[in-house]
Design a protein around this ligand. Structure first.
Ligand SMILES: Cc1cc2nc3c(=O)[nH]c(=O)nc-3n(C[C@H](O)[C@H](O)[C@H](O)COP(=O)(O)O)c2cc1C
Length: 187
């Protein structure tokens, strides 16, 4: 059983978090552990009309951001990777500078120190120099920076097509098998 940690923070992009958690629920041999930040609850309701309880139901285990004693806070608890989707600029800064001020930040810090995959899906536009520096610092520490920018070569026709494409690329980096992406096979 492959354990994947999903952090959801208060950036725009909640339909992507929903698509990702649904895909992980369908994936074979994956156990999903989710941490939703306090700010994400508000954005989730606004963008997806969902309460946090409905979102976390898609995962196998959920933790509150204040649960510092939860398994993802320790490197001795093994998992296959973590994704923060969407990742706010505030959480990006916390990850880039190793702040362990909530369980989500701590789990990301532990993931980096244990050299496990950490995928950040940052959302903001335009990006300030502070944001760009923080992305570079996080990437230098080992994170994969994956802004939710879809490829149009697959000719997406619907918002679901866009969400599935980005979700599939995230799952690629977490080593989770899926059939969400139309793979490029050359011209
Ligand atoms: C509707 C709404 C949309 C937001 N969108 C973004 C966003 O796209 N990117 C971002 O960095 N912050 C965004 N924010 C601000 C964050 O929620 C805020 O900085 C918060 O402190 C992030 O905390 P967290 O990282 O712990 O979730 C948004 C806030 C609201 C209410």
């Amino acid at each position: 059983m492959k354990r994947i940690i999903v952090g959801v923070t208060g950036a725009s992009g909640m339909p992507l978090a929903v698509t990702l958690l649904r895909a992980l629920a369908w994936a074979q041999d994956v156990e999903t552990h989710v941490i939703v930040s306090d700010a994400a609850r508000q954005v989730l309701e606004l963008e997806s009309g969902m309460q946090v309880e409905e979102l976390v139901e898609m995962a196998d285990v959920s933790y509150a951001p204040q649960e510092f004693g939860a398994p993802p806070a320790s490197g001795s608890w093994q998992h296959a990777g973590m994704v923060i989707c969407p990742c706010s600029m505030a959480t990006l800064a916390a990850v880039a500078h190793g702040l362990g001020s909530n369980l989500l930040h701590r789990a990301a810090d532990v993931t980096l120190k244990e050299r496990r995959p950490l995928v950040l899906v940052p959302r903001e536009t335009p990006l300030s120099r502070v944001h760009l520096r923080n992305m570079l610092a996080a990437e230098e520490a080992g994170a994969v920076i994956m802004p939710p920018t879809p490829g149009f070569y697959a000719k997406p026709a619907t918002i679901d097509d866009l969400l599935n494409h980005i979700t599939g690329r995230i799952l690629d980096h977490l080593g989770v098998a899926h059939s969400l992406v139309k793979r490029w096979e050359g011209l």
